[in-house]
Structures are given as structure tokens and as C-alpha cells.
Design a protein around this ligand. Structure first.
Ligand SMILES: *Cc1c(COP(=O)(O)O)cnc(C)c1O
Length: 465
């Protein structure tokens, strides 16, 4: 064994990780998950639940059940499978609503995340001549940036000066709209700038800082709000791990007449969300990160109850969003379901729903507030140990206040030295490197232990020695 490092000497004083694990009321949940093991048969340190959550051990059986039903019943499985396929998406509605703090009518599982962001923007990004801007984080997840920019171009004049789309309520019945501002074929108030540049307001950290101040976000909303059609931020930023004050941002946005939506990819299953109470207009998230529903898992949306019957909103329609009672009459007129279900297009992938169902049952057993309470301790412990290492080659850019972060810490490495990341990876740590210079580590309260955190920092300190 190597001699005692500075790090070990300092942490000798603190309550040991094994004591903290012994006190952890959620410690048995780890046994419900398949934790990858190394060549020596020992469990590795899995801190990439922010990228792909671990597989619940019961998931294969949930999928196998539907395979057996398909084998035996063929098409009859739609009605006679053990868990009938026709209403299958409804089985995950309530548990998913609990995970994000929503009413059942406000959520549905469908599609993938970026697809759902597009579908949400079709309905909720409705630029007018006066109000067309979108507030986003600078450095938002690339897929979100691409989606948002392509929506802007979709609404703007194309290169030949032809309007490709315009936005206003479909029917003229909806009086009260500002008709003057909803002229079809309007051009953007831009002569030289590209539609994207003229439209996007990107929130940027103060000089020399890595994350945003809530007061700066609110000040931007106050200043620009009259021209802002949509505020669309991540609930938790994927790179910095910063959690935004969704309640305050929604309130400020609404005060200025903006629609407010959140991408909760890094927030669902991580923070304790209250999307309904916070009055958020819409949200979307994937289920393969903290929600452990497997690669490419079926995603979720939230549409606030007050939009449940806004049938005038433009939306892209398909038969699965049609009223259930009359769906199979196959009539020519689309009658959307009330609530989030009305945004469905296709019949959903059952095997993915089976995996999501297996996972959400475990969330119900654990409880989101218990998970969050453990998460604050677990990540707090990680922060504490990183402080003990006290090496100026690494610094945490994630906010220190627990209310401003989820479980992830983003560790900036001096001089963008990726070799540190490569070293810890060969020592059995699952973390990830995000260009230009960050190692992301996400101890997930569902299956990670205080021992994982301790062993991780020990390896990191060792690799820095
Ligand atoms: C993970 C993630 C995505 C991924 O999008 P998919 O459509 O699921 O491939 C998009 N946006 C954010 C913010 C993410 O964290």
C-alpha cells in the first residue's frame, strides 16, 4: 500500500463513509440495480447516472412479460396482455407525475426528448411581430440549441424571402388576440442580423464566473420581457450542474407575459420538482438519465393543467392524441384529448414503457423527497472531501449552495488536462469528460453510496499525487 496521503490524514477526522451508509435509510435500494463490476469482481464507482442510469434488476422481467404476451397473443395483446398495450402509457402517468410534481392530466410518456421539445415549441413558441425572442442559457445542451434555432428559422423568412410559417391561433374564433401583431407573412425586425441572432437572448455568467445569478436572470426577464415569447431553460444545466430557481423564473416570466418552459433532462429524478405549483407552462425530459429507463428510453412531457383544453393552440396531431372513445372510429376529424395526452402522435413503444414502469415503481418506493434529502448529504460529502484534497489543479464550478444544484458536481481541471480523467477512468471510476475542461461526477442517491464517494475522492487524490 502507498503511504498515507495528505487527503487521508485530513479525512481521518470525519465520520466515516461506512457510518454514513449505515445511517442511510435508502441504502438497500442499491441492491435493486445492476452495478457494473470490474475484472476482479468488485463493483465499480458509477457516477454517470446523469448520462445513463443503471438498470433496475427487475427490468428484464418486465420487458420479457410483454415479449411472452406478444408471442402467445399476437395482436390480442393490445387488450389481453397482462398489462394491456392499448392503455399501457397510462400505467406510468401517475408515478411520473409524482416524480415531477404534476397532476396526472399534466404528463404523458411519449417520443424522445428533443422531439418533444419541438412539439412543445410548435404549441408554445408563437412569435409575433412584437414578441418573438427566446431566452436560453448560453451553453445549453447542443440538441436544445439546434432545436430552438431550427424553430426560429422555421418561423422566419427563408433565404428567398418567403415566409415558411407563421404563428397565431388557428381559428379566428379566438378573439382577444392582437390581430395586428399576428399578421401572416411578417418579416422579422432584422435587416442585417440572422433570425437566430436577432431572436436569441443567451444568459451568460458574469465575467470570470461559471454559473448564473438568479438576480441576473430575473433582471434580463424584466428588461427584455416585453419582446420575449418564450423562456426555455434547463432545470439543471448539464455542464455546470447548476439548478435554476424555476419558481422565481416562471413567476418573473409570467409577469412579463412570456411563456415559460423547462428542459428537465437533468432535473427529473434529481431535484424535487413541483412543476404544477410553480406554474410552469410546459416541460420535457428524458428517462434514461436519473430515471433509469434504459438507453433511448421513452421521454416525458408536462403541460400545465391550464392549457389542458387549449385546443386552439397549434399542435402536430396524430391518432394517439385523439379522443380515446372515438379513436378507433377512424373518423376524418382530429379531436384532441384534454391534457398532455392530447400531444401524443403515435402509439408508444411498449418495451420502453415496460422499462420505465419498472423504474418508476422504485421511485415510488424510495420517494422523491427522501432521495433529495440523501442527495444533498451525498453530494455535500463529495464537496467536503474535494475541499480536503485542496489541490488548485481542480476546482468545482457547480454552485456550493445545495438549493442551486442537483447531485452532480462539475470539476474543472486546470490547463484542461484530460489525463487526470483518463487516470481515474482506468482506476474503475465512471465519470465523464466534457470539453473543454470539466469532469462531471454525479453520485445518484438511488444507488450510490457514501463509500462510492469516499473511494472516488481517494482515487482522485491519488491520481493528483
Ligand atoms: C440528455 C439531453 C438531451 C438528449 O436529447 P435526446 O433527444 O434524448 O437524444 C437533450 N437535452 C438535454 C438538456 C439533455 O440533457
Amino acid at each position: 500500500m502507498h503511504s498515507k496521503t495528505r487527503f487521508q490524514a485530513m479525512t481521518d477526522q470525519i465520520e466515516t463513509a461506512s457510518e454514513m451508509d449505515a445511517e442511510d435509510s435508502l441504502r438497500s435500494f442499491r441492491d435493486l440495480f445492476a452495478v457494473p463490476v470490474g475484472g476482479d469482481g468488485n463493483e465499480l464507482i458509477y457516477f454517470t447516472g446523469n448520462s445513463l442510469g443503471l438498470m433496475p434488476k427487475k427490468t428484464p422481467e418486465y420487458i420479457a412479460q410483454d415479449l411472452r404476451d406478444w408471442e402467445k397473443l399476437g395482436v390480442e395483446g393490445h387488450l389481453h396482455a397482462k398489462n394491456p398495450w392499448l392503455p399501457y402509457h397510462e400505467f406510468v402517468t401517475e408515478p411520473m407525475a409524482r416524480v415531477v410534481g404534476a397532476l396526472p392530466i399534466e404528463v404523458v410518456a411519449m417520443n424522445s426528448l428533443t422531439v418533444n421539445l419541438h412539439l412543445m415549441m410548435v404549441s408554445f413558441y408563437r412569435p409575433t411581430r412584437e414578441r418573438y425572442k427566446i431566452i436560453i442559457e448560453k451553453g445549453a445542451f447542443p440538441s436544445d440549441q439546434y432545436a430552438i434555432e431550427s424553430q426560429i428559422r422555421f418561423h422566419a423568412h427563408n433565404a428567398e424571402g418567403v415566409t415558411t410559417n407563421y404563428s397565431w391561433p388557428l381559428s379566428e374564433r379566438s378573439a382577444g388576440g392582437d390581430a395586428e401583431n399576428q399578421t401572416p407573412g411578417y418579416s422579422w425586425p432584422l435587416e442585417e442580423k440572422s433570425p437566430t441572432a436577432a431572436t436569441l437572448i443567451e444568459l451568460m455568467p458574469r465575467p470570470g464566473e461559471s454559473t448564473l445569478h438568479t438576480e441576473d436572470i430575473l433582471e434580463t426577464i424584466e428588461r427584455e420581457g416585453d419582446h420575449v415569447a418564450l423562456i426555455l431553460l434547463g432545470g439543471v444545466n448539464y455542464y455546470t450542474g447548476q439548478a435554476f430557481d424555476m419558481k422565481a423564473i416562471t413567476e418573473a416570466g409570467h409577469k412579463k407575459g412570456c411563456v415559460v418552459g423547462f428542459d428537465c433532462a437533468h432535473a427529473a429524478g434529481n431535484l424535487e420538482l413541483k412543476l404544477h405549483d410553480w406554474d410552469v407552462d410546459f416541460a420535457a425530459w428524458c428517462s434514461y438519465k436519473y430515471l433509469n429507463a434504459g438507453p433511448g428510453g421513452i421521454a416525458g412531457i408536462f403541460v400545465h393543467e391550464r392549457h389542458a383544453r387549449s385546443f386552439d393552440l397549434p399542435r402536430f396531431a396524430g391518432w394517439w392524441g385523439h379522443e380515446k372513445e372515438t379513436r378507433f372510429l377512424m373518423g376524418p376529424e382530429f379531436k384532441p384529448l384534454a391534457g398532455a395526452e392530447g400531444w401524443q402522435i403515435s402509439n408508444p413503444p411498449i418495451f420502453q414503457l415496460a422499462a420505465l414502469r419498472a423504474s418508476l415503481e422504485i421511485f415510488d418506493q424510495a420517494g422523491t423527497s427522501n432521495l433529495r434529502a440523501k442527495s444533498e448529504k451525498l453530494t455535500g460529502y463529495l464537496q467536503f472531501l474535494l475541499d480536503q484534497i485542496g489541490d488548485d489543479r481542480i476546482s468545482v464550478i457547480t454552485p456550493r449552495e445545495p438549493s442551486h444544484r442537483g447531485c452532480q458536481l462539475s470539476i474543472r481541471v486546470k490547463n484542461a488536462d484530460k489525463s487526470l480523467f483518463e487516470k481515474i477512468a482506468t482506476r474503475g471510476v465512471f465519470a465523464d469528460w466534457r470539453e473543454p475542461d470539466v469532469i462531471r461526477v454525479a453520485p445518484a442517491p438511488m444507488y450510490n453510496s457514501f463509500d462510492d464517494v469516499y473511494r472516488f475522492t481517494e482515487i482522485l487524490a491519488d491520481c493528483l499525487e
